[in-house]
Design a protein. Structure first.
Length: 525
């Protein structure tokens, strides 16, 4: 075996107690093999990987043994570990924007491990780096070599991280959630790239993920982890076919299904005609725009009462810009009609009144909920703006009622957002929208940052609320499986335009090449 982890246990000392993050974990990976380590956030996956790399803080208490090529790793000797990391073992982290140094160019960060571990001079290292950048699919590597991380797209940053990890051709690559924040087509490209490079370099890969679909497509063996322990292990196909542990069955059951077909026609509640959002691209010294970015270009849509319109497309396709235009949160051209009223021509006062019935739930509840406000103030803020409730006591009753409705308890009202899990924070965001009893809720990637079991619970909650309150949703996502579980109709966006629109048949018979490419990346297991 190339990598062997035996009886690994990791403890962290808290303020008043010891926390066991990993307990008795055994992992063996052969050269050239891909193993998936699967589990939800907090299960201990990343701690296991960081322990194997010797990257845990000194406060961590580690017991057990980690071996590479039958040689025990000197986890307690940082100087010796530095010589191994980047040379024989490398790691791709979950979020490249926080892993890449923002003050150094991409090229300088790729050549660093080659200069340290391989003894290459700067010029030779730069030549190798350019070859790696080209091999990892970074367009125009000569220019990108001198770019800073913020100047690259998410997919390009992830490719740069891969190039940096592979600079010294390691024997083992640990990929920790390498595609979490990426679109499905970019995800497919990244994983195809990793497979090709793995074959070329004869690497072993430990793939850490909470995405069962990703594990199914890209690993030969799988270990399932929860509460710091491995609860199931085996050949990937066999574990998916006949899971033995209740937790594995729970994970597999959380994969979104398909929404039942609507049995009645929906009365149209919202329409948009020729909706456009064009932005000038930079200005010259005379103040004139050098060009126009057509973020949203001549879009038509309609939404029925009680209906869900799924909007899909990659990052930059214009999905969120369209949503902000519908809410009149950004400038746009075109007609927007809500219940026979023209939103585009409303006064500020009229628009405030209309927005009671047009609410939004954002992608990241931690950044959209004020950290300085209690749940009661967050949820109750709209009640004050729209003068709902005659007094404080009545508003408190409305807040308690809506918290119960979204699966929380009234005693949580006095707590702050940081005291909740990701799924609970998203429920708070839904409660904030729901307390005003809106007609339409725009849901912008509401489950993308959540584990699969939490995603499933949020989807179930949204469907229950829709049936109970006859809500209309515009559900924006790049996750096709979630769209299939939520949407009655689907609209596919690409480069600011709608390239295909249709009912549920779009999943089985997409007409546009771009739609077929998206669906193949999402559903081809």
């Amino acid at each position: 075996m190339l990598l062997s982890i035996k009886n690994l246990t990791v403890n962290f000392n808290g303020d008043d107690r010891k926390i066991t993050a990993v307990r008795g974990v055994d992992i063996d990976i052969a050269r050239g093999e891909t193993m998936a380590l699967v589990g939800e956030s907090g299960s201990g996956k990343s701690v296991t990987a960081l322990a194997a790399m010797g990257l845990l803080p000194t406060s961590a208490e580690i017991s057990g043994q980690v071996s590479l090529d039958a040689k025990t790793m000197p986890l307690g000797d940082e100087n010796r570990m530095k010589k191994i990391r980047g040379d024989r073992m490398a790691m791709i982290f979950q979020e490249p924007m926080t892993s890449l140094n923002p003050v150094y160019t991409v090229g300088s960060q790729i050549i660093e491990p080659m200069m340290i571990h391989s003894g290459l001079d700067r010029r030779t290292a730069a030549e190798v780096a350019l070859e790696l950048m080209e091999k990892t699919g970074i367009s125009d590597p000569g220019r990108r070599f001198n770019s800073y991380p913020h100047e690259l797209s998410g997919g390009q940053r992830q490719r740069a991280m891969i190039a940096m990890a592979l600079a010294c051709r390691p024997d083992l690559l640990i990929a920790d959630e390498p595609t979490t924040a990426l679109d499905v087509t970019i995800e497919a490209q990244i994983m195809r790239l990793l497979r090709d490079l793995q074959q070329e370099f004869d690497m072993a890969v430990l793939l850490i993920t909470h995405d069962l679909n990703l594990a199914a497509k890209n690993s030969t063996r799988i270990k399932v982890m929860t509460n710091g322990e491995i609860v199931e292990a085996g050949e990937t196909a066999e574990v998916f076919r006949a899971p033995q542990h209740p937790y594995t069955r729970k994970l597999l059951a959380s994969v979104p299904g398909e929404k039942p077909l609507r049995t009645r026609e929906a009365t149209t509640i919202l329409t948009a005609r020729n909706l456009c959002c064009h932005f000038p691209i930079k200005k010259n010294i005379f103040g004139r725009a050098r060009g126009v970015l057509k973020a949203v270009d001549r879009i038509n849509l309609s939404l029925g009462r009680g209906e869900t319109l799924g909007v899909v497309g990659e990052s930059g396709s214009g999905k969120t810009t369209m949503a902000m235009a519908l809410l009149r949160l950004i400038k746009s051209r075109g007609d927007i009609t809500f219940k026979d009223a023209d939103l585009a021509t409303m006064s500020a006062a009229e628009l405030i009144r209309a927005r009671r019935h047009l609410q939004v739930v954002f992608q990241d509840p931690f950044s959209s909920l004020s950290p300085r406000m209690t749940v009661a103030k967050i949820v109750g803020e709209g009640l004050k703006v729209h003068r709902i409730g005659r007094n404080k006591k009545e508003r408190q009753t409305l807040i308690a009622r809506v918290l119960l409705r979204v699966g929380l308890t009234p005693d949580m009202a006095d707590r702050f957002p940081h005291e909740f899990s990701g799924g609970e924070r998203q429920r708070i965001a839904i409660a904030r929208a729901l307390v005003l009893e809106p007609k339409i809720i725009i849901l912008d990637e509401p489950t993308s940052a959540l584990d699969m079991t939490i995603q499933a619970r949020i989807i179930d909650l949204l469907l229950e609320l829709q049936a109970e309150m006859d809500l209309s949703y515009i559900f924006i996502s790049h996750d096709l499986r979630t769209i299939r579980a939520m949407a009655d109709r689907v609209m596919v966006m690409h480069q600011g335009r709608v390239v295909e629109e249709g009912g549920r048949e779009i999943f089985t018979a997409p007409r546009h090449n771009y739609t077929r490419e998206l669906f193949a990346a999402a559903f081809d297991v």
